[in-house]
Design a protein around this ligand. Structure first.
Ligand code: SAH
Ligand code: SF4
Ligand code: F3S
Length: 470
């Protein structure tokens, strides 16, 4: 996708971009080759969207994209620290890059994203990963051109981490991964402080974008052929509370629903504690808002929910689901679940299984609790041992998968409008999603990518369905 000039930003230094571009142009004039970047993104959709912005900036500086690290002149890892294994992966990959840097000393290695907001990570990089070149965090990725130019001029490692950014960087510009669907930030940061979670410490306090900025961005995307948008935030239900005058998320949805050209509106993530009736009604009334909701419940035991600081009970969560289903009967609901939170007993875990049996989830993202330094849960007594957590995790999957199979079995023989996303791993088969976010494969050509077609469901493969175009 080409970058649109009309969604460019003033805060990304045009001067610094021009300097790096000149440096890249000179290289091209001398060698006949363009410098290439490789970008690896870990973590959630928020990070994926930040990468789209970073890629936009790199392209403006004259870099081409490559899918091969060995072939790249600029390597960037956009990191995640939600669980320990995400961090271990980064350190593992950095070890491999050390060899690459020996072979190709001119390669520039950049690290950014959530993990870089942790003090111990920066210390470790300063000590043991001195061959990395540019390190920045979640609040200042728009400074990449300046940081890169400083690195080029001085040849020194450049580390620039901001502890917080109360403002919002508008209109950085971005290059979308998909032509027909796009993510749109609506609220940054998180103020919920669930006791296990690192996000509030690495993404800062909640900051909502102005409603008109969001709507204008969606209008531009619609003009550019986008059919599906996903409104992004760690807790979209908190959207607009701090704006002057305040705006509700439901209001934003209703106005986004009016934008011509957009066919589907999705959002993530919602926190059960403040999912209002107003929002349920907006979802029910707006024809473009998809009949799908991601509503993490994390744990079924009230005792554990309280220790997690989730601020709802099992009963409240199940009642909420019933209410949503009574207003939007064909809605599909997915969730996030953590097992092995400190002090979780077998009895507590049974409450989690009970929610899974009663709620009827269409998908779930399941995690073994991972201790995050600096969060309250990390120093709680009664950390659960690995063997018990794994055992609960496996039993949870059994119950979940049985439920997912049953939910999908109901779809056999029915017809769904599928927005085709890509060719599946099998040639001649394409894959896409219905409005309720079910993954559907069917025989079809790649010309269908980006189009919405009617597909009748024939077969249930638990995590996806097979159908035929009608
Ligand atoms: N803002 C979203 C979640 C963002 S993180 C929300 O509140 O719903 C995505 C998921 O990662 C969380 O829902 C949780 O299930 C999981 N998670 C977060 N911290 C974790 C930790 N320390 N260990 C294991 N899983 C964790
Ligand atoms: Fe983390 Fe809780 Fe915020 Fe989600 S709502 S990002 S789980 S602190
Ligand atoms: Fe997302 Fe991971 Fe950061 S889940 S907000 S990329 S810690």
């Amino acid at each position: 996708m080409e970058l649109k000039d009309d969604i460019k930003n003033a805060e990304v230094s045009a001067e610094a971009i021009a300097k790096v571009k000149k440096w890249n142009d000179e290289y091209f004039n001398n060698t006949g080759k363009k410098r290439k970047f490789y970008c690896l993104t870990m973590g959630c959709q928020m990070n994926a969207h930040d990468s789209e912005k970073i890629i936009g900036i790199l392209s403006r500086m004259g870099y081409d994209k490559t899918e091969s690290e060995d072939d790249a002149d600029f390597i960037i890892y956009n990191t995640c620290c939600i669980r320990e294994n995400a961090e271990e992966k980064v350190f593992g990959k950095l070890g491999v890059l050390k060899h690459l840097k020996k072979l190709k000393p001119d390669v520039i290695i950049a690290l950014c994203g959530c993990m870089m907001q942790e003090d111990f990570v920066i210390e470790k990089i300063r000590k043991s990963y001195r061959y990395t070149d540019i390190i920045f965090g979640t609040f200042n990725f728009h400074k990449l051109p300046e940081l890169l130019f400083t690195r080029i001029e001085t040849g020194q490692q450049v580390i620039d981490i901001w502890k917080e950014h109360t403002g919002i960087v508008e209109d950085t510009g971005y290059i979308r991964e998909f032509p027909y669907k796009a993510s749109v930030n609506i609220i940054y940061g998180c103020d919920n402080y669930c006791t296990y979670c690192i996000v509030p410490y690495v993404r800062g306090h909640e900051r909502s974008r102005e409603k008109e900025d969001i709507l204008n961005e969606i209008r531009l995307l619609a003009k550019d052929g986008v059919k599906e948008i996903t409104l992004l935030g760690q807790n979209v239900n908190s959207y607009g509370k701090t704006l002057n005058p305040p705006v509700s998320f439901a209001q934003l949805l209703r106005e986004a629903n009016e934008i011509e050209g957009i066919e589907r509106i999705r959002f993530m993530t919602s926190h059960p504690k403040d999912l209002s009736d107003e929002l349920i009604y907006a979802m029910r009334d707006c024809d473009k808002v998809c009949n799908y909701l991601h509503l993490p419940f994390q744990a079924g035991s009230d005792r554990i929910l309280e220790k997690m600081n989730r601020r709802y009970t099992k009963e409240k969560y199940l009642n909420l689901i019933n209410k949503i289903r009574s207003e939007i009967p064909d809605i599909m609901i997915s969730t996030d679940i953590i097992v092995g939170f400190p002090q979780e007993t077998e009895e507590d875990f049974q409450e989690t299984l009970d929610v899974v049996r009663k709620a009827g989830f269409s998908t779930a993202f399941t995690f073994i609790y991972s201790k995050r330094t600096g969060t309250p849960a990390a120093v709680m007594e009664g950390q659960v041992d690995e063997k018990t957590s794994h055992d609960r995790f496996n039993r949870l999957l059994d119950v979940l998968n049985e439920g997912i199979y049953r939910i999908h079995q109901d779809k056999i023989g029915k017809t769904y409008n599928v927005l085709v996303e890509k060719e599946s791993s099998q040639p001649g088969v394409v894959t896409g999603r219905s409005t309720d976010n079910t993954l559907i494969h069917f025989n079809g050509s790649t010309d269908l990518i980006g189009k919405t077609v009617a597909v009748k469901i024939l077969e249930n493969k638990t995590f996806y369905l097979i159908g035929e175009r009608i």
